[in-house]
Design a protein around this ligand. Structure first.
Ligand code: NDP
Ligand code: GDR
Length: 363
């Protein structure tokens, strides 16, 4: 039985990856910073993962070298997936040193632990690199050969982690790979990321729990895939005969404005945007769904510049030809299928919250 160690196991990708590895017969170990609590118990997928006898959680933190070394020594994993990170780009402007410590030096701690423990022949390491490395996008679409231009403390920290993985591969012959993953979402996506904020907002508006959703830059464009497809790619990357880096993306790009329109459209609701910049407003234009009583011309989306970032990544579009050819990887979801799954899951979540508010918050 192969053993995998996942940092960031409580996150979106950690949850899907642990499910995938359990299905493949792995013994899964996870680095977990805190007690598994009410918000995890609310989530079916995490319950399944947490209740399997083949999953073992270890208290740990990427900012603690001795702790990381001791977990790696105890587990002696065949594969390490370094998914743990302070992953919120906007917050990294407020906590830049913490982002560097966890997201950059965290990867160094893992590589050094594997090297010093003499596990470099046994242990393969995956680094969760990001399309944010491309930042200002010096070419479109972005591939493995596109130069990096990070635009946030988060992305600069991830740049260090990318290169230290490459360096340890070249210097010590370690099996360390970067998956340069473009944005991927799911019903398990953290609530502060834009896709989930939108699908939760739509659900709250159509169930009468919220009047209006306040957003930041509606012009930004992202290449959005489904996390389920992307964790499959992580696993494939570590099964190759030689360690290499891969871009994982759908190749389609969608603006935040259009993601909002798609999210409403799957429910039979048309949105029209009028105005510009911070005066832009999204109105309900038509509703063909008899389940929802929404007044035409109601303003449901407004812009709040508080959500703007000091430096923005305007446009991401990935070229994953290498992964499609070498890993035989293709995404199964397109952006509409992704938005539909998220909106429907959030409507169930919102309705359930209303019914069971007391029991949910009691935990
Ligand atoms: P999440 O934000 O959902 O999960 C992040 C995980 O990291 C959580 O389990 C969190 O634990 C853990 N974590 C945070 N800080 C530390 C720390 N100091 N030590 C140990 N663990 C820590 O992220 P995703 O699942 O979406 O992403 C997984 C990884 O992939 C991240 O590294 C992210 O930067 C990267 N990435 C994500 C993309 C995406 O679109 N989702 C795209 C490209 C890269 P806790 O629950 O305790 O907070
Ligand atoms: P991103 O994801 O920064 O790409 O990082 P996020 O969903 O936070 O933002 C995407 C784009 O949407 C714009 N935006 C808003 N963003 C948020 N969060 N809230 C808003 O109200 C809002 N309005 C507009 C942002 O300005 C941005 O342009 C994610 C994270 O998962 C990283 O860890 C990962 O590395 C990258 O994806 C790839």
């Amino acid at each position: 039985m192969k053993k995998a160690l996942i940092t960031g196991i409580t996150g979106q990708d950690g949850t899907y990856l642990s499910e995938l590895l359990l299905r493949k017969g792995y013994e899964v170990h996870g680095v977990n910073r805190r007690q598994l609590s009410a918000n995890i118990a609310q989530n079916d997928t995490r319950c399944i993962a947490a209740s399997s006898s083949n999953i073992h959680l270890h208290y740990g933190d990427l900012t603690d070298s001795m702790n990381i070394t001791s977990i790696i020594q105890k587990v002696a994993p065949d594969e390490i997936y370094n998914l743990g990170a302070m992953s919120r780009v906007k917050v990294s402007f407020e906590m830049p040193e913490h982002a560097a410590n966890a997201d950059a030096i965290g990867m160094l701690r893992i590589l050094e632990a594997v090297r010093l423990l003499g596990l470099q022949k046994k242990t393969r390491i995956y680094q969760a690199s990001s399309s944010e490395l491309y930042g200002k996008a010096l070419e479109t679409p972005q591939s493995e050969t596109t130069p990096f231009y990070p635009r946030s403390p988060y992305a600069v920290a991830k740049l260090y982690a990318y290169w230290i993985a490459v360096n340890y591969r070249e210097a010590y012959g370690m099996y360390a790979c970067n998956g340069i993953l473009f944005n991927h979402e799911s019903p398990l996506r953290g609530e502060m990321f834009v896709s989930r904020k939108i699908t939760l907002g739509i659900s709250a508006i159509i169930t009468g729990q919220q009047e209006c959703l306040y957003m930041g830059n509606l012009n930004a464009k992202r290449d959005w895939g489904h996390a389920k497809d992307y964790v499959e790619a992580m696993w494939l990357i570590l099964q190759q005969p030689e360690p290499e880096d891969f871009v994982i993306a759908t190749g389609e790009t969608t603006s935040i404005r259009d993601f909002i329109k798609i999210g409403f459209d799957v429910l039979g609701i048309k949105i029209e945007f009028r105005g510009e910049d911070e005066n832009e407003i999204g109105y309900i234009k038509a509703c063909s769904n008899p389940n929802y009583q929404l007044p035409i011309d109601k303003a449901v989306i407004k812009v709040d510049p508080a959500y703007y970032r000091p430096t923005e990544v305007d446009m991401m579009q990935g070229n994953s030809t290498k992964a499609r050819q070498k890993l035989n990887w293709t995404p199964k979801y397109n952006v509409r299928q992704l938005a539909e799954e998220m909106v429907l899951a959030d409507i169930r979540f919102k309705l359930n919250m209303t019914d069971n508010k007391k029991s949910h918050f009691a935990g």
